[in-house]
Every structure is written in structure tokens, then in C-alpha cells.
Design a protein around this ligand. Structure first.
Ligand code: 5GP
Ligand code: ZN
Length: 106
């Protein structure tokens, strides 16, 4: 999507601190970290929010979680938090699905 910030980060048209990327996903540092390590995991595919996923996105969403695990392992994290904000009332500001990964140490 042309005017979507996270689509543009995925395309590297907007710069960010990318820590992992593959064909389907991009993982980058949150610009306003809420923990010592705060990453955002996004699919390259533009999906508005969890409220917009469909049956056909099942595999993609499973792989999104596996990507979170992979990146956590790469950072040697003993534990971490994963969360989705869903919809404006749920605290979602950027309308491109993203999984927050937060950990107490870098
Ligand atoms: P939400 O509230 O939508 O779940 O989370 C959006 C997140 O994106 C926020 O934690 C915010 O700090 C982060 N963010 C907003 N704009 C940018 C940006 O331009 N670059 C990066 N790296 N993160 C951003
Ligand atoms: Zn997008």
C-alpha cells in the first residue's frame, strides 16, 4: 500500500533499524521503545490489523509467530513479551499488522 508507513519501511523507502528480513517478513526496532529491546515484526503483505485477517492468512500468521521466536533466539532472550494492539480503541496507531516483541534486556 502506497501511503502505509510500514509498507514503506518494508520496501526501505523509509529508513529503520532492520534486525531481520526474509521474503515474507521484516523485523525492525521500534522508534519509541517501551523496553530495552522493542522490535516490531511485520509481514510484507499489507494487512490492516488482526481484525482483518482471513482464513487464507493462517499460514502467514503462524510464520509471523515463528519469526518472532527466531529473532528472540538470535538475541539470546531468556524471555519476552509479544503483543498485538487491535484497532484504534485497542491502542493501534499504525494500520499495518505488527507484532510487538518486548524484552528486558538487549
Ligand atoms: P501500535 O500502537 O500501532 O501498536 O504501534 C505502533 C508502533 O510503531 C509504536 O510503538 C511506535 O513507536 C512505532 N513507530 C511509529 N512510527 C515509527 C517509525 O517511523 N519507525 C519505527 N521504527 N517505529 C515507528
Ligand atoms: Zn502496509
Amino acid at each position: 500500500m502506497k501511503d502505509c508507513l510500514f509498507c514503506n519501511i518494508a520496501k526501505k523507502e523509509v529508513s529503520s533499524d532492520i534486525v531481520y528480513e526474509d521474503e515474507q517478513f521484516v523485523v525492525f526496532a521500534d522508534i519509541n521503545p517501551q523496553a530495552p529491546l522493542h522490535l516490531l515484526i511485520i509481514p510484507r503483505k499489507h494487512i490492516h490489523s488482526i481484525d482483518h485477517i482471513e482464513e487464507k492468512d493462517k499460514e502467514l500468521m503462524g510464520s509471523l509467530i515463528l519469526t518472532a521466536k527466531k529473532v528472540a533466539r538470535q538475541h539470546n532472550l531468556a524471555g519476552y513479551k509479544l503483543h498485538f494492539n487491535v484497532g484504534k480503541e485497542g491502542g493501534q496507531v499504525i494500520d499495518h499488522i505488527h507484532l510487538h516483541l518486548l524484552a528486558d534486556r538487549k
